[in-house]
Design a protein around this ligand. Structure first.
Ligand code: ZN
Ligand code: ZN
Ligand code: ZN
Length: 375
């Protein structure tokens, strides 16, 4: 694929991102930034490295032109912007680690891609014994977390596409009773593509007691009448991710489940409302958790309230106790509290939200109630 999964980002935007990266490097005392696997590379230059044994590495010196070290046979995949970076294709008989070390030269304070494979990092550490190392996200994380207008539009489009699949679920257009979780997961995946996603990243379907396992892998369990079906699905559309969780009930809802869901629904709404620019990320978590704690289900809410989202499903900033980062305009993240009663049932409710100067803006508008689906 050329470019970042079909998202043509203007050259001027990339130049501006590079300038902000350099400013962050200078502020943190980083002499060279090394990008490989992960979303930092496509965010900066529009190219996604192949996750294979051959090294792809963009070397961004603080004081010189960036160079993309790339396997010769993959060079044609690069939509090369010579104004932004140089290309250094390497042949099968060359050593890409030595080439990378040569481009780094005498620079010794290095930041390397969080997802770069250990085999390359260890090789570089051998070549550059006096270098000190940090992770690239220390430089890029805060920059990528604050989305620009085009990125927010892309998140909104992906969210609307996921909403259309949720609406089909609510309308009973996705048969549930008598099918396995895996079958429903495949059905949801097909619909995500039909609604415009380029890739499906996951489609969790968890029935009954399985809904109490937050990252349940959909399997052969057959969905029955009169139980919870938790669905959590998302994909990538024009380079940006969707992620939504909705629960339905295959028949009339027993009083206990209605009560637990009511608590969760209120907690999720409070978490969304807490997304005010200037307040801390942990305040979003606290707002949701307070309501679940007060209802006596605190021990059943076993994960943080949310994660940042953008080119990756999970990225900065995280909505978790201890994260005092202030919310800034353009921060995009999930609000997804859950209540999990092991061996019995579970609920989670998730929307993507963007912090704006006029308050939190939801990327999802699908119904939030526990909808009864008789299909
Ligand atoms: Zn998750
Ligand atoms: Zn999710
Ligand atoms: Zn999520």
């Amino acid at each position: 694929m050329k470019g970042a999964a079909g998202s043509p980002v203007a050259s001027v935007v990339r130049q501006e991102r590079l300038a902000r990266v350099r400013a962050a490097m200078a502020a943190q005392g980083v002499d060279a930034l090394l990008l490989s696997l992960g979303a930092d590379l496509p965010w900066l230059v529009g190219y996604t490295a192949m996750p294979l044994e051959r090294l792809t590495m963009l070397v961004v010196p603080l004081d010189a032109e960036p160079t993309l070290v790339i396997p010769r046979l993959e060079a044609a995949r690069v939509d090369h912007d010579p104004a932004l970076f140089a290309l250094r294709p390497w042949t099968e008989l060359e050593n890409p680690v030595a080439i990378t070390a040569g481009l780094i030269g005498g620079r010794s304070r290095l930041a390397i891609a969080d997802r770069c494979w250990a085999t390359f990092l260890v090789g570089l550490q051998r070549e550059l014994p006096s270098a000190t190392w940090t992770v690239a996200s220390a430089v890029t994380g805060p920059l990528r977390a604050a989305k620009d207008a085009a990125e927010i539009d892309a998140l909104a489009a992906a969210g609307a596409a996921a909403d259309r699949v949720a609406a089909q679920l609510h309308a009973g257009e996705i048969p549930l009773v008598g099918r396995t979780e895996a079958e429903v997961s495949n059905d949801i995946s097909r619909r995500l593509i039909a609604e415009g996603h380029d890739v499906v990243n996951f489609a969790i379907v968890a029935a009954g007691e399985n809904a109490a396992s937050p990252h349940h892998h959909p399997g052969p369990r057959v969905i029955r009448a009169g139980e919870v079906v938790l669905t959590d699905f998302g994909g990538t559309m024009n380079g940006y991710c969707s992620d939504i969780t909705r629960c339905v009930h295959t028949g009339p809802v027993p009083a206990e489940l209605a009560e637990v869901y009511g608590v969760l629904h209120e907690a999720q709404a409070a978490g969304v409302a807490a997304g005010v620019v200037g307040s801390a990320c942990q305040d979003v978590d606290r707002a949701a958790r307070r309501i679940i704690d007060a209802a006596g289900y605190g021990a059943a809410f076993i994960h943080r309230t949310g994660h940042g989202i953008g080119m990756e499903e999970h990225e900065d900033p995280y909505m978790v106790e201890g994260n005092t980062t202030p919310l800034a305009p353009g921060h995009a993240y999930s609000v997804e509290p859950g209540i999990y009663l092991e061996g019995r049932f579970g609920f989670r409710l998730e929307d993507i939200v963007v912090a704006t100067r006029t308050g939190p803006r939801a990327m999802n508008a699908a119904r939030h109630e526990l909808v009864v689906v008789e299909a």
